[in-house]
Design a protein around this ligand. Structure first.
Ligand SMILES: Nc1ncnc2c1ncn2[C@@H]1O[C@H](COP(=O)(O)OP(=O)(O)OP(=O)(O)O)[C@@H](O)[C@H]1O
Ligand SMILES: [Mg+2]
Length: 243
């Protein structure tokens, strides 16, 4: 039986986000308060324009709130300088996007190791290349390690994005509609992998989706509408029902 982990990892307090455009102000998020626990799998659902991407960007410190607080492991990160924030972002978060394309001139392994071209993680022992190979194999891509992206299917490409997200040992993965372009088998593979990673590696994973079958595999579904937090729904999934 999976045990719920209720250690808070990240907290949003009364977060607002407004975009000032020449035509007026667009309020994308209004007073959103939310806690994400370690190892929790959270689905963000809501109609188009409800604020899912904006919320993911603020959780992952890609964007700052107009008002409110973002607290990661007890540190208020929304007020950090960009220089300090970069450190948190690289060490703590990984991102998977709907249209995340691997770099075309790099093979699967090189794409997986790509984050290390930009930073060297502290306290990281062991052979990163062999770890990359292990991660790729664990995602069922053992026969594709040296293949180029042009030789991969859409489902395989999304697995490369997951491998790249895992190689940095993040505390949290943020995934914006990661299954939107996939067929049902690949959608289920992605969400089942998220579920496994969140439980086995204690990685908190927050993903947005329009697909309720996928959302129902999460521990919790957060519903947004017009930038407002509508409800927070625990999904009874312990143990997860058979597919
Ligand atoms: N950079 C921006 N500048 C101005 N308005 C923005 C910006 N980003 C988002 N918005 C607005 O904020 C609101 C929320 O957008 P957001 O992209 O977060 O919605 P979403 O729930 O992710 O939608 P979708 O399901 O279509 O991806 C929308 O009204 C959008 O037009
Ligand atoms: Mg979006």
């Amino acid at each position: 039986m999976e045990k719920a982990n209720t250690t808070p990892l990240l907290e949003l307090r009364q977060v607002n986000k407004a975009f000032n455009l020449p035509s007026g102000t667009v309020t994308a998020l209004e007073n959103v308060s939310l806690t994400i626990n370690k190892g929790e799998l959270v689905a963000l659902v809501g109609p188009s324009g409800s604020g899912k991407t904006t919320l993911l960007n603020i959780i992952g410190s890609l964007d700052r709130p107009s008002a409110g607080e973002v607290i990661l492991e007890g540190v208020r990160i929304d007020v950090l300088s960009e220089e300090d924030l970069v450190h948190f972002r690289r060490e703590k978060f990984s991102f998977i996007f709907q249209d995340a394309k691997p770099l075309r001139m790099l093979n699967v392994l090189e794409n997986t190791l790509l984050p290390f071209n930009f930073f060297k993680p502290k306290n990281r022992n062991g052979n990163i290349k062999s770890e990359g190979i292990d991660i790729i194999k664990s995602l069922g891509l053992g026969h594709r390690i040296y293949h180029m992206p042009s030789q991969l299917s859409g489902g395989e490409i999304q697995r490369v994005a997951i491998a790249r997200a895992l190689i940095t040992h993040p505390a949290m993965i943020l995934a914006d509609e990661p299954t939107a372009n996939l067929d049902r088998d690949n959608r289920l593979f992605v969400v089942d992998t998220f579920r496994k990673l969140s439980k086995e590696k204690s990685i908190a994973i927050v993903f947005s989706t329009h697909d309720l079958e996928i959302a129902n595999k999460a521990d919790r579904i957060v519903h947004l509408k017009d930038g407002v937090f509508l409800k927070d729904e625990a999904v009874c999934c312990t143990p997860c029902p058979a597919n």
